[in-house]
Design a protein around this ligand. Structure first.
Ligand SMILES: Nc1ncnc2c1ncn2[C@@H]1O[C@H](COP(=O)(O)OP(=O)(O)OP(=O)(O)O)[C@@H](O)[C@H]1O
Ligand SMILES: Cc1ncc(C[n+]2csc(CCOP(=O)(O)O)c2C)c(N)n1
Ligand SMILES: [Mg+2]
Length: 305
């Protein structure tokens, strides 16, 4: 079977409209007159993104939040979504719809349409298209990093990983770690505030390391990350300890939905964020732990295959 990156590479061969941004960004950027529409689509599949026994309202939440996170990464304000839904168990479908209404209400986003099919008893796959209006232009891309920029991340990393482990082990699905996995927050306000100042911005869905490498590739430069600087929550540290290994895992599991951005070294930040690295000449990703160089792990993040 082909991998996610191999398949997207095939599509890059003919996705030549400038709005597609070379399929190297979080969303499409469509200029219409004086306005700029931001469009993104993300899917979730049973057993891949959520367990079969997951709360359907949590699945609805994450489907919406993960899509709005891509809008946040472009500094956009959301206007609406379209849902691609697979019918299955009736109770599940109803609970999903109730959860969808709640999460859309929370973010003040309209349901504009969608499509419904039957899953015929198979695993479910759900899709969501989210539309937003760019609050700031030019719209930040993954490709604008400059040598000397500082690399920042909002929030903390690894909480969703720890939450998933707790849920998988059968612990109560309550508390900040389970919430981080089930109900990520799209950083919309932060994205809009940052958009005028950043050189490059994206969200972290597949892990800091693989997503930073994607930013480096899009910008045709190198990025150096210091694992010692990665922000971990007290809950993460008390559950998984603070070691090089647990830092590496927090940086490469994914499902974080925090913003990753580059800004000039003298920029005064207008949101809470942690400096985790810098943009350097060359290409690819370099890892440090304080003063020591660290070998790249075999997998930098989550890739579908
Ligand atoms: N099936 C597809 N058809 C067209 N474009 C695609 C397809 N899959 C991915 N892309 C494009 O490839 C680029 C990278 O996609 P990717 O899914 O890695 O970004 P993302 O949505 O920010 O991340 P994630 O899916 O991990 O949340 C984007 O421009 C996306 O629109
Ligand atoms: C049941 C279950 N097992 C594993 C994971 C972990 N996981 C799956 S996809 C993904 C990255 C984002 O996906 P995408 O790139 O498709 O947006 C991550 C971290 C999960 N969420 N649920
Ligand atoms: Mg993204």
């Amino acid at each position: 079977m082909t991998t996610e990156s191999a398949f997207i590479n095939i599509l890059r061969g003919f996705a030549k409209d400038p709005a597609a941004r070379g399929l190297l960004d979080d969303a499409a950027v469509v200029e219409i007159g004086d306005s700029c529409l931001i469009i993104t689509h993300d899917m979730m599949a049973e057993d891949v993104h959520f367990k079969s026994n997951a709360n359907p309202a949590d699945v609805a939440w994450k489907l919406v939040a993960s899509n709005l996170s891509d809008l946040a990464a472009k500094g956009a304000s959301p206007i609406g979504v379209l849902l691609g839904f697979m019918l299955g168990d009736d109770d599940w479908d109803r609970a999903f719809a109730a959860g969808l209404e709640k999460v859309l209400g929370h973010y003040g986003v309209a349901l504009l349409g969608g499509d419904t099919v039957s899953n015929r008893g198979d695993k479910r796959a759900l899709g969501l298209t989210a539309l937003g209006i760019a609050a700031n232009r030019p719209v930040p891309s993954r490709a604008g990093a400059q040598v000397g920029d500082i690399l920042y991340v909002t929030g903390t990393l690894g909480d969703a990983l720890a939450g998933f482990e707790l849920i998988d082990a059968g612990f109560d699905e309550v508390g900040p770690l389970a919430d981080a996995f089930n109900r990520p927050q799209a950083r919309l306000a932060e994205g809009q505030k940052l958009a005028p100042f950043v050189h490059a911005m994206m969200d972290i869905s597949d892990g800091l390391l693989i997503d930073a490498e994607r930013m480096a590739t899009a910008s045709r430069l190198g990025i150096e990350i210091d694992l010692a600087c990665i922000p971990l929550s007290p809950a993460y540290v008390s559950y998984r300890t603070d070691s090089l290994e647990s830092r590496m895992q927090a940086a490469s599991w994914g499902d974080d939905y925090e913003l990753l951005f580059c800004a000039p070294a003298d920029a005064r930040l207008n949101v809470d964020a942690t400096a985790v690295g810098r943009v350097i000449a060359g290409g690819g990703l370099t890892l440090r732990n304080g003063d020591e160089l660290v070998k790249l792990p075999p997998t930098l993040g989550y890739q579908h295959h």
